[in-house]
Design a protein around this ligand. Structure first.
Ligand SMILES: [Cu+2]
Length: 160
C-alpha cells in the first residue's frame, strides 16, 4: 500500500485517462441501485488499472427519478485514495481530460459517464483494485437544498 502511494506520487499528473479503443458497445441495463430509488445507476464498471499505473477511471449511467434538477458535486471510492469528477473537452485541437466541480443531472434525465466523456477519475488505486474485484463508489448529489449520497458497486472489468 505504502509502496503504491509513493509510486503514485511520482507519476501523478502524467497519466492520461479514459481509454484507448475499448468503447463499451452496450450501456447495459442491470440496475446496481435499487429500482424505485431517487437515483438509479446502471452499467457501472471500473477500468482495470493498466500496466501498473496508479490511476484509472469509473464509468456508469445515472438516471434521476426526481422532479427537480440535481447535480453531482463530489465522489469517493473505496478503491482509491482520492477521486474526481472529470470530463473530456477539445483543447488546442486535442481531446484532453479535465476536472469539473459538478455534473448536471436534469430532473428525470440521465447522464452517461463513459470513455472520452464524463468519468470518475480514481487516483492512487489500492492494491486490491484489480480485474475481477469490485469497488464501492459514492456520489454526492445536490438537489432540493440538500446533498444526498448515492452508493453503488462497480466491478473492475474492461467493460460492462
Ligand atoms: Cu480523467
Amino acid at each position: 500500500m505504502l509502496r503504491s502511494i509513493l509510486l503514485a506520487s511520482l507519476t501523478l499528473g502524467l497519466v492520461a485517462c479514459g481509454g484507448p479503443s475499448s468503447e463499451p458497445t452496450d450501456t447495459a441495463s442491470d440496475a446496481t441501485v435499487t429500482p424505485g430509488a431517487a437515483f438509479e445507476v446502471t452499467g457501472a464498471f471500473v477500468r482495470p488499472p493498466q500496466n501498473g499505473r496508479p490511476n484509472t477511471a469509473a464509468y456508469f449511467t445515472i438516471t434521476s427519478h426526481i422532479d427537480s434538477d440535481a447535480s453531482i458535486v463530489g465522489v469517493s471510492t473505496d478503491g482509491s485514495e482520492t477521486a474526481e469528477l472529470h470530463t473530456h473537452a477539445m483543447s488546442d485541437g486535442m481531446m484532453r481530460m479535465r476536472q469539473v466541480q459538478s455534473v448536471d443531472l436534469p430532473a428525470g434525465g440521465s447522464m452517461d459517464f463513459q470513455p472520452l466523456g464524463h468519468h470518475v477519475m480514481m487516483f492512487r488505486v489500492s492494491d486490491e483494485t484489480v480485474e475481477g474485484s469490485s469497488v464501492t463508489i459514492t456520489l454526492d448529489i445536490f438537489h432540493d437544498d440538500e446533498t444526498e449520497q448515492v452508493t453503488f458497486e462497480a466491478p473492475v472489468q474492461l467493460q460492462n
